[in-house]
Design a protein around this ligand. Structure first.
Ligand code: CU
Length: 179
């Protein structure tokens, strides 16, 4: 009985999840150097952002701002697969730097975000609450982006499905008569 209910719950969860899956299969930042929240002794020679999907150089924008939200001079991004690299073209000093990115997913939907790191012994690196958003001319249209809340619900459903499957498996093992 319990097993059947769990199996039904699992099937329903899968049915809910599968159609929703493409909605959040968007590009995303997977790692960066310097890392989010890093504290460095000196200004880094380069900033490297790595994304899950390969990037389109035309629609890859990276901007860096300082603690006063002023733009810091950087090179155009050099794109190599899912990797985008920029270098400081000026001579910035110590401080908190926010790196804002805007890239597109394979389906053309834009993805943007930002993170901060600190050079020197200034305030801790916390991303500016309102960093200047990169502006991309003629960017592909934005539509149907997944909301963070939606993603959280989906993650919760996956957790429930996996837990349910594990319990069902355990019950099935437990009820098997001993040989
Ligand atoms: Cu999309």
């Amino acid at each position: 009985m319990i097993r059947r209910m769990l199996a039904a719950a699992l099937a329903m969860t899968v049915a809910v999840l599968v159609p929703a899956a493409p909605a959040f299969a968007h590009n995303r930042l997977t790692s960066s150097v310097p890392a989010e929240g890093a504290r460095l002794d000196a200004v880094p020679a380069e900033i490297v952002l790595e994304f899950a999907e390969s990037l389109n150089p035309t629609y890859t924008q990276l901007i860096v701002t300082d603690a006063a939200k002023a733009r810091v001079a950087v090179s155009d991004p050099a794109v190599d697969g899912g990797k985008a690299t920029i270098t400081f073209t000026g001579t910035p000093g110590d401080g908190v730097y926010t790196v804002a990115y805007r890239v597109v997913s394979k389906d053309g939907h834009p993805v943007q975000g930002s993170y901060a790191f600190t050079v020197g012994t200034g305030a801790p690196a916390v991303a500016a609450s309102n960093p200047a958003a990169p502006v991309v001319a003629d960017a592909p249209p934005a539509a149907g982006g997944s909301s963070p809340a939606g993603v959280i619900v989906l993650v919760a459903l996956v957790v429930v499905a996996v837990a349910g499957g594990a319990v069902a498996f355990w019950l099935s093992r437990r009820r098997r008569p001993a040989v």
